[in-house]
Ligand binder design. Structure first.
Ligand SMILES: [Zn+2]
Length: 470
């Protein structure tokens, strides 16, 4: 008869082994990352291209983190096969942390890369990041009437740790703005006043844009009380992705696609992991698995067909045809001008990059829903094909307009706008003028047949078009 105590001890030491291996993998990847980072900085410093270097550095960390989450998913399956549910839960908590720590290290790497390329800290970016650290610390943790935090923490003490990381980036100074940051309290959209195209169309008197997008407003607008209320800044119910360079992941209790389990054996060898995975055992227990969320669709933004075609030749090959985690960067540099009376010109550079990979030679990394280590490369992508919002998340003039000016305007009308300092407010003042709107109505009554011909609208032209990045 087997001594039960002896069997317990040997199983216990096996479980501890798994845990140590997990930690070792993470340390190895951090070491590899350091090597990569130096390589990126070296290569990019030669090209003097800070924005590109920063975008690549952030995307490199997204790829590394996604692969680590994939490794940990496999380790969790190994732990569950051995009946080590405690270790499986510890692995899941490590994954929860990685969803923040990984992208935040990417943020740091992006800043290092930008600074190594000679870009200086931007004081507005810096104060925005520092202010956000404070928001996380105070607002996100604020207790509601039900005694719960505004945003439930994805792991114990998450908001304090996350705020510390953001503050650490801010204290060093921010040179490269993370242009696809999505704050949990951001507007969810769905209002004309929140559409950048609306302001562009006013500025360019692009009446055709109104015909296609906002005819009701053009015909029926009376005054500021006509607008429907601004949408709520609905809090994300269950935050689990970093707001900066988020990975786009979600959690499930069971592995939905069995092919993920089948793929694990091959990936274990490739990634140097060990352990057996028994699908039936893994299926039989509830655990916390990290999967791809709804942002991982096909990569429509780069499709040459569809409602908003991208000017490329040919469709992207299927295994790379996915949207999802990517990085977008905004760098502002000031060029001193010596002409008397002219102010310095600010040059804006935006860049984007994205992790690429595949499963089984030909399938998208997200084919089996579960995150698996599949990312092998990072590439620069056109900014317009990235997840950067149209106006740019670190376009701080736009942020000020929608977050500060619009709520005042909705309460008090045009008198609360700032047309002297805000370009968007200036467009709204124009919009308020009945004669301006009547010009558009009259023009469309005669010329609406000329719209939808693919060319730019009248009066300046191209106002409603998408900006096409480099
Ligand atoms: Zn404004």
């Amino acid at each position: 008869m087997v001594n039960p105590r002896r069997r317990w001890t040997s199983r216990k030491s096996g479980q501890t082994m798994i845990f140590l291996i997990t930690i070792l993998i993470i340390l190895t990847f951090i070491a590899l990352f350091n090597f990569d980072l130096h390589k990126i900085i070296y290569v990019k410093s030669l090209s003097q291209n800070a924005g590109d270097g920063a975008a690549l550095a952030a995307a490199r960390w997204q790829a590394t983190t996604l692969n680590l989450v994939g490794d940990l998913n496999i380790m969790q399956a190994v732990a569950l096969t051995q009946g080590a549910t405690g270790e499986a839960a510890a692995i899941a908590e490590m994954e929860a942390r990685l969803c923040y720590v990984g992208p935040m290290v990417g943020f740091i790497a992006a800043e290092q890369s930008a600074k190594n390329n000679g870009v200086f800290n931007n004081s507005r970016f810096t104060s925005n990041v520092l202010a956000h650290a404070q928001t996380v610390l105070t607002d996100y943790r604020a207790l509601g009437a039900d005694g719960k935090m505004l945003f439930p923490e994805p792991y114990p003490n998450a908001w304090v740790e996350y705020a510390d990381m953001i503050a650490a980036v801010g204290e060093e100074g921010v040179a490269a703005g993370p242009d696809n940051a999505r704050y949990y309290e951001d507007y969810t959209g769905g209002h004309l006043l929140l559409e950048l195209d609306f302001y562009d169309a006013i500025a360019a008197e692009d009446w055709c844009w109104f015909l296609g997008h906002a005819m009701d407003a053009l015909l029926n607008y009376t005054d500021y009380r006509w607008w429907p209320p601004l949408p709520d800044q609905i809090p994300t119910p269950q935050p689990m992705n970093s707001e900066y360079f988020g990975l786009g992941l979600r959690k499930t209790e069971h592995i939905m696609d069995r092919r993920a389990l089948d793929a694990m054996a091959g990936l274990e060898t490739e990634r140097g992991l060990t352990g057996t995975v028994d699908a039936a055992t893994v299926d039989s227990v509830t655990s916390t698995w990290y999967c791809y969320d709804a942002t991982w669709t096909s990569w429509d933004a780069i499709s040459p067909t569809g409602p908003d075609p991208f000017p490329t030749t040919g469709r992207i090959i299927p295994k790379y045809d996915y949207a999802g985690a990517d990085s977008a960067i905004r760098v502002l540099t000031e060029a001193t001008r010596y002409t008397p009376g002219s102010s310095n010109s600010v040059i804006t550079w935006t860049a984007a990059a994205k992790p690429f990979g595949y499963l089984n030679q030909s399938e998208r990394p997200d084919s089996y829903d579960l995150v698996l280590p599949a990312f092998r490369d990072i590439r620069l992508i056109p900014v317009d094909a990235s997840s950067a919002p149209e106006a740019g998340s670190f376009d701080l003039d736009w942020r000020d307009h929608i977050e500060k000016h619009l709520p005042d305007y909705m309460k008090a009308g045009p008198g609360a706008l700032h047309p002297d300092s805000c370009w968007y407010c200036l467009q709204l003042v124009t919009w308020e003028n009945l004669v301006f709107r009547q010009t558009g109505i009259d023009w469309l009554a005669k010329n609406s047949g000329d719209c939808n011909k693919g060319g730019p609208g009248p009066g300046g032209g191209g106002g409603g078009g998408r900006r096409r990045g480099h």
